[in-house]
Design a protein around this ligand. Structure first.
Ligand code: FAD
Length: 404
């Protein structure tokens, strides 16, 4: 049986390897880019956070996140690690449950998969951009601008719209729509959020461990603690990715309240600032030794204190304001950045139109979908690749069963 797979990303490669386990199957993996795993190579800041040991506990979204449960349970994080180990990859888990290749290089993950694809019953066709798919009595006719091929089963693993420069696009949604499937609203997720606060540019590149709370019209929507990163236009980093889902949607005034010293009581901080009144230091050093220098200066100014004066001359009220700024700094939020910058697409092909135990379409027998193209997205921390491996493997296994 010939099984066609469109998309040589994480899900498509997992599907190809699973489908090829039966030697009677001929697998044709079609990838439009010049190599497989292009996005995978850029994941985790080049380190590839390939799974999370807590992925079975939740952390998935979509109209029906429960759809993901079966695939995840069939191929959970521990099984992914054993599978990767079998392919020759050594991995290391952090206390948070995030798992990375031992080499700390995403390339290693791509390489072991690439080598594993070198099997007699897998044909990888690079530079093959599928533009059209048709269901025929014999199976599926898959066409690029230059050539076409036939397969009995077809798996669509084209990924989502996020990370456009790394291969993200509309293709998977369009192909599945052309076969009768519906798509929910697409929006960027795990993405930085813009602010109109002019001070942000001065903090570009600063990282801080903080408690961050997203508020809408002064009411807290979500909060978490972790690393925040200031960018030229706004706020980024794991903690923002965690709490900024659907931020700035549906009107209202949105802001992010930041506590830069979550483990220090405001009274303790105030005591330390008071102590500094006995030093000969200028105001620009008020937070030295406590926070990143640039951040300290911005907070000092926010408290209405000129950087040019002397700490010994500061009054009690000014110190109270400075401590309050460090413990509850509000940054207004305007909108998330676009799909270009997003790590994952929220929304996708309606999961209700697929069997969760096989990933097969309920509308078109013999058609399967997996990975980000479906309406499932995960939290930051390895959840999205885990979904790609689990759903890809399930689709490949089920498509590879020799039943027509
Ligand atoms: C910068 C960045 C960092 C990330 N870091 C992490 C991380 O550390 N951990 C994590 O869990 N997740 C991370 N993600 C998310 C994760 O990479 C994706 O969710 C995952 O790769 C989705 O897998 P996929 O196989 O469904 O899609 P993809 O990996 O996007 O693969 C789809 C493939 O299909 C190909 N394709 C598309 N259309 C066609 C067509 N018509 N014909 C032929 N080929 C086609 C594409 O070229 C692509 O190679 C990150 C994403 C980005 C953008």
């Amino acid at each position: 049986m010939v099984i066609g797979i469109i998309g040589g990303g994480a899900a498509g490669m997992a599907a190809a390897l699973a489908a090829s386990e039966s030697e009677q199957n001929q697998v044709v993996l079609l990838e439009r880019q010049a190599r497989v795993g292009r996005k995978l190579q850029a994941t985790g800041n080049g380190r590839c956070n390939l799974t999370n040991l807590h992925a079975l506990e939740g952390g998935y979204h979509g109209e029906n996140p429960a759809f993901a449960r079966y695939a995840l349970a069939q191929f959970p994080p521990e099984a992914v690690l054993a599978w990767m180990r079998g392919l020759g990859l050594f991995t290391v888990a952090e206390d948070s449950g995030r798992v990375y290749p031992y080499s700390d290089q995403a390339n290693s993950v791509v390489d072991v998969l690439r080598f594993a694809l070198e099997k007699p019953n897998i044909q990888v066709k690079l530079g093959f951009e599928v533009t059209k798919v048709r269901k025929t009595p014999e199976g599926f006719r898959v066409e690029s601008r230059e050539e076409s091929l036939m397969c009995e089963k077809l798996i669509i693993a084209c990924g989502g719209l996020a990370g456009t420069k790394l291969g993200g696009g509309m293709s998977g949604y369009q192909l599945l729509r052309s076969l009768g499937h519906k798509c929910t609203r697409l929006r960027p997720a795990l993405v930085q959020v813009k602010t109109n606060w002019p001070g942000v540019a001065a903090l570009k590149g600063v990282r801080a461990n903080c408690r961050a709370a997203i508020c809408r019209d002064d009411e807290m929507v979500r909060e978490s603690t972790g690393e925040l990163q200031f960018t030229e236009y706004g706020l980024s980093g794991p903690v923002m990715f965690e709490i900024s889902r659907d931020v700035c949607q549906g009107g209202g005034d949105w802001c992010c309240r930041l506590d830069f010293l979550p483990d220090v009581e405001e009274a303790e901080l105030l005591m330390e600032l008071r102590r500094r009144r006995s030093t000969p230091l200028p105001n620009s050093e008020l937070f030295t030794g406590i926070l990143h220098n640039r951040l300290g200066r911005v907070l000092t100014q926010t408290a209405g204190i000129a950087l040019s004066g002397w700490i010994r001359e500061l009054g009690e009220e000014e110190l109270v304001q400075a401590a309050a700024a460090a413990k509850g700094f509000c940054v207004s939020l305007t909108e998330p950045l676009g799909m270009d910058s997003a790590q994952v697409t929220a929304g996708g092909i309606l999961t209700g139109e697929f069997e969760e135990t096989t990933m097969e379409s309920r509308l078109v027998p013999g058609l399967y979908a997996c990975g980000e193209v479906l309406d499932i997205d995960g939290d930051c921390g390895g959840y999205n690749l885990q979904w790609a491996w689990s759903s890809g493997r399930l689709a490949g296994r089920c498509a590879g069963r020799n039943e027509l």
